[in-house]
Design a protein around this ligand. Sequence first.
Ligand SMILES: Nc1nc2c(c(=O)[nH]1)N[C@H]1C(S)=C(S)[C@@H](COP(=O)(O)O)O[C@H]1N2
Ligand SMILES: [Mo]
Length: 380
Amino acid sequence: MSVKTRRTAEGTAVASSAATAPAPATAPGTPSTGPITREELQLASRNHAMPMEMLRWPVTPVGMHYLLVHFDVPRIDPVSWRLNIAGLVDHPLEYTLPDLQQRERRTHAVTMECAGNGRSRLEPRPMSQPWDQGGVGTAEWTGTPLAPLLLDAGVSPDAVELVFTGADRGIQGGVEHQYARSLTLAEAMSDDVLLAYEINGQTVPPQHGYPVRLLVPGWYGMTSVKWLQSITAIDHSFDGFQQLGSYRYTQNADDPGEPVQRIKVRSLMVPPGIPDFFTRQRAVGAGPVQLSGRAWSGHGTVANVEVCVDGAWEQAHLEPPGGRYAWRGWTFTWIATPGSHELACRATDSTGQTQPETAEWNYQGMGNNDVQRLTVTVKE
Ligand SMILES: Nc1nc2c(c(=O)[nH]1)N[C@H]1C(S)=C(S)[C@@H](COP(=O)(O)O)O[C@H]1N2
Ligand SMILES: [Mo]
């Protein structure tokens, strides 16, 4: 019986048999209009979001940063752990953790966002990690720049890509593999790419990639391979599952699509006032309300943020940038009048890209940066 591998969104795994009936509507990777499934709940509770109120913090506390782990968190012994640089290089190299820690040390505040952030808002809903809007966070990552290590290894002129492989292993798309992603040599040599071993001044915890993770500012999170084990120079385009089978803007299971790469412009608002426990509906008192939030883009800098109250867009005030790769704070004073109101925010980046009013659907639910809208009840 022939088994056909289907392209699926992150966190899902499926091999459907060509000889059997079409996959049921609950199969991973299948767009669904039904309620959230047990499998989605299982993923959502493993891979938590950043609560929206954490947008008040310029740097997200470690336990509040979002989390995305495809397989199991591997337990790694720091003493026997090595990072190998191999493949098409003149000098294959092996580094211990202290070797890396003794090299040049750099810290960047970096906003990281999961490519699937906003997925559950799409209709039909691609079945995978069902993010609402909290698949984002900003941390101060410390590590050593990657480029000098590549220069030391002497990457061959025949090399076109570098494959970054993590220690975690699982099955996705019917393929058993270690999590791995590639970058072109030029992308990997970029000055801002780090091998990170600290987050917010602490050792990187197990769930975020201990002992060392790749960190590629401006790119969606899947690029920043956790539990990094090896870097391999190859003379062709990497065809691993996480490169070719997932993280693509596609229209159906057989569409090769386009690769998901840099983070699209987005802004989010701290939900104002106080929430209702169950519905999370917001209530505020009448009068001036200071709205605030943060905006980011992996394509450039944030040029503008607008706030919409009941359909009318106005400029928000931008705070000074918090670093080249970190989100930018914004504020807006809203004179709240009694009744129900709809608030929204929208950012535009330095390349002129802005957020769409309605999500652009794609099969894997990638890169949804639609405008955030919320309803607020204003009391007398
Ligand atoms: N080895 C490995 N690296 C990985 C992943 C993974 O499952 N395994 N998930 C990726 C994805 S999809 C995202 S969004 C980020 C999430 O990083 P965080 O959990 O530290 O926030 O890690 C990326 N790196
Ligand atoms: Mo992700």
